[in-house]
Design a protein around this ligand. Structure first.
Ligand code: GDP
Length: 524
């Protein structure tokens, strides 16, 4: 029997893992899937991990069709909950893809290396989560290796992220003597995740806690846990949900310690699919009518079938196979004949998807990033961000006869989110913008393979771009008129100011107070 929408919503947890490379995201993902019953998967995520270092790595991985599709969304069940884990690309050059994915989750797990603490990428990803008030559970990984002092780790999270911490468990030892986790509030020990349940003990000094440690480490453990219970902040659900406080767990993904603590916390505390802001109203997840938005597009690498898969996150209602959805941007009906669920390795055809679920919709270019699909209502979800490109290049085409084809190809790549496309107002050739250099390699390779268009990139005289807007159209028009050579239009026709350098931008911003220069634009 199909479940009710309220039940489906309350069971679902849609989340992402944020981490600096090497902190253990892949290992933890594998273990979560393992505990969620997808046992055959352990090891597979690792093998397919997108550790992209060079263009050829990227192409190789992408050519083995579906790799990133396969690992894009992983669904597993545990303790009655349905978890949707949305993967984010490992390489920094694809950071904008990661940011977009974060717009489709309700919470995040932050993996921190116990020896390294908060690293730059963790910090950056955390900032994106904060912008969206995404609640975060922290998993301090690699406790089986030399780790920093536990207080020091908590302190660093508080200082660097300006985030309150509430340790839920405390590590029993570290490095070679790491023996398990101690639940501070419950006085219970879990030695490894092979144990189904925690063992209740009388206190940290019991045989099943301090007793697991070598003699010379027991005293310190007892003191630390006693102090933690007195001095550390208690967990507060509301504070966590609002993004002010992170519950902290310790463990070793590699050795299965602490993983079950984490998965249970996700089930118990992580928010169910949230209400979603649209332009004209807030959409509750439990509403009967289906609404969803596209946050990612995956191109099929087969040049003979230029189809794409649009990843949509269901926000409300039930997305059913065969239903006709309305694509609000164009007003046209999009038949959802073959929506796909991505369960771990295999894609299976979905009959129904609920709020929080992610479904793949094959299409031939109808759907773009940021698109809203509804059962008829004209609402647009806001919040899939577009970050100002940091590298700008003109595209030089070997064969000028193919200019029109290039235009179409660039338009498609931009719709997929591979690059940003800027059309200069003065009629000069298109400019592409990317956040990371590797994206240019991908663009070049794909234009060549999929469209038969060999291109080169020329350094444009611009290095900074900003979306411009003003309170009054007259102000904006005046600015555009006087800067025509430095204005381009993005994919949606919105005006963008291109500057030679940061200095030039600041200069103009100083002179034109009525104009706002935005580094982030939400897709509409
Ligand atoms: P990612 O880059 O964040 O996905 O990190 P990986 O999951 O690939 O882990 C990076 C390295 O750390 C790999 O060699 C893992 O085997 C290792 N690793 C991950 N978790 C642990 C852990 O809990 N303990 C130890 N000792 N090594 C770990």
């Amino acid at each position: 029997m199909a479940e009710t929408i309220t039940d489906a919503v309350s069971r679902r947890r849609t989340f992402a893992i944020i981490a600096h490379p090497d902190a253990g995201k892949t290992t933890l993902t594998e273990k979560l899937l393992l505990f969620g019953g997808a046992i055959q998967l352990a090891g597979e995520v690792k093998a397919k991990k997108d550790k992209i270092q060079t263009r050829s790595d990227w192409m190789k991985i992408e050519r083995e069709r579906g790799i990133s599709v396969v690992t894009s969304v992983m669904t597993f069940e545990y303790g009655g909950n349905v978890f949707n884990l949305l993967d984010t690309p490992g390489h920094e050059d694809f950071a904008d893809d990661t940011y977009r994915t974060l717009s489709a989750v309700d919470s995040a797990v932050m993996v921190v290396d116990a020896a390294r603490g908060i690293e730059p990428r963790t910090l950056k990803l955390f900032e994106v989560c904060r912008m969206r008030d995404i609640p975060i559970i922290t998993f301090v990984n690699k406790m089986d290796r030399e780790a920093r002092n536990t207080y020091e780790i908590l302190d660093e999270i508080e200082q660097k992220l300006a985030l309150d911490t509430a340790p839920i468990t405390w590590p029993i030892g570290q490095g070679k003597s790491f023996a398990g986790t101690y639940h501070l509030a419950e006085n219970a020990v879990r030695r490894g995740d092979s144990e189904e349940e925690r063992t209740k003990v009388n206190g940290p000094d019991s045989n099943w806690a301090a007793g697991l440690l070598p003699q010379n480490e027991r005293e310190q453990f007892i003191e630390e846990t006693d102090l933690a219970r007195e001095a550390c902040r208690p967990f507060d659900l509301q504070s966590y949900r609002e993004g002010h406080l992170t519950p902290v767990f310790f463990g070793s993904a590699l050795r299965n310690y602490g993983v079950r603590d984490l998965i249970e916390a996700l089930g118990e505390w992580a928010p169910a699919p949230r209400a979603q802001e649209a332009d004209s109203r807030t959409v509750e997840a439990t509403e009967e009518k289906m609404t969803s938005f596209v946050f990612k597009i995956q191109a099929n690498m087969d040049p003979n079938h230029r189809d794409r898969i649009a990843f949509v996150r269901v926000c409300s209602g039930t997305l059913q196979r065969g239903m006709k959805a309305k694509l609000v941007r164009t007003g046209k009906a999009v038949p959802l004949t073959a929506p796909q669920f991505f369960f771990a390795r295999s894609r299976s055809t979905a009959d129904e998807a609920y709020p929080g679920d992610v479904v793949g919709i094959p299409n031939h270019g109808t759907l773009r990033i940021g698109d809203t699909l509804t059962e008829g209502e004209d609402i647009v979800f806001r919040g899939v961000p577009n970050f100002a490109a940091e590298i700008l290049r003109r595209v030089r085409l070997g064969d000028p006869m193919k200019a029109k084809k290039l235009r179409e190809a660039l338009q498609q790549m931009a719709e997929e989110g591979v690059v940003q496309l800027f059309t200069p107002e003065d009629g000069s050739p298109a400019i592409v913008g990317v956040v990371g250099a590797l994206q240019l390699d991908v663009l070049k390779e794909r234009l060549s393979i999929e469209y038969g268009l060999p291109v080169d990139f020329e350094v444009a005289r611009f290095s900074v771009c900003r979306w411009i807007s003003a309170g009054s159209d007259a102000d904006l028009d005046r600015f555009i008129e006087t800067h025509r050579g430095d204005i381009a239009r993005d994919l949606d026709g919105d005006p963008v100011f291109l500057a030679q350098h940061e200095f030039g931008l600041n200069y103009e911003a100083e002179r034109w107070k009525a104009i706002s220069f935005a580094a982030i634009k939400d897709y509409q």
